[in-house]
Design a protein around this ligand. Sequence first.
Ligand SMILES: CC(C)(COP(=O)(O)OP(=O)(O)OC[C@H]1O[C@@H](n2cnc3c(N)ncnc32)[C@H](O)[C@@H]1OP(=O)(O)O)[C@@H](O)C(=O)NCCC(=O)NCCS
Length: 166
Amino acid sequence: MKDNKLAPKPAQSSYVTMTELVLPTDANGLGTIFGGKIMAWIDIAAAISAGRHARQVVVTASIDALHFKAPVKVGEVVHIKSAVNFAGRTSMEVGVRVDSENLVTGEMKHTATAYLTFVALDSKGKPVPVPPLLPDTKEEKRRYEQAQHRRESRMKLAEKLKEHED
Ligand SMILES: CC(C)(COP(=O)(O)OP(=O)(O)OC[C@H]1O[C@@H](n2cnc3c(N)ncnc32)[C@H](O)[C@@H]1OP(=O)(O)O)[C@@H](O)C(=O)NCCC(=O)NCCS
């Protein structure tokens, strides 16, 4: 990170909230939403967060394991919240939380949490530096620390997998 001279940016400038209504065309035969639909919303919210932080074109480099904790039914509302958790030299980890809301009862359910890595690219498709992230609140600092641990784990795993390729 020595060559990153960009001014740090607060985590808050990357905050995104998306609200979607689950339509019959989003559902499977059981009347609950397809996982892929939620994955698309997660990727969109996260891309906006990363783009707001980097102010560059960003691409999804990876998505960590994604577990769906509860089904979401047609007619329910899905809330997708995302923010940049950590910025490396050219990559950013974005955390996304998905909750569903039953409009009749008001019940909220945690549906999924996902961590995605985005890389900022120049016009030739080459990775370019992004501003360091400035976590402010206790929660943002916790996310920043945990994101660093996940980044280290990803790098170790990538190295191990490469050893097996050679
Ligand atoms: C993501 C991509 C730009 C990385 O290119 P690369 O040549 O491997 O880049 P580098 O090795 O220089 O790594 C650049 C950064 O990306 C990170 N990175 C690369 N691959 C990664 C992966 N699979 N997961 C997480 N981070 C990754 C590196 O750690 C590095 O981070 P840092 O600068 O913050 O330290 C390239 O693999 C790509 O273009 N992939 C396709 C992306 C795309 O089209 N996505 C849409 C869906 S297909």
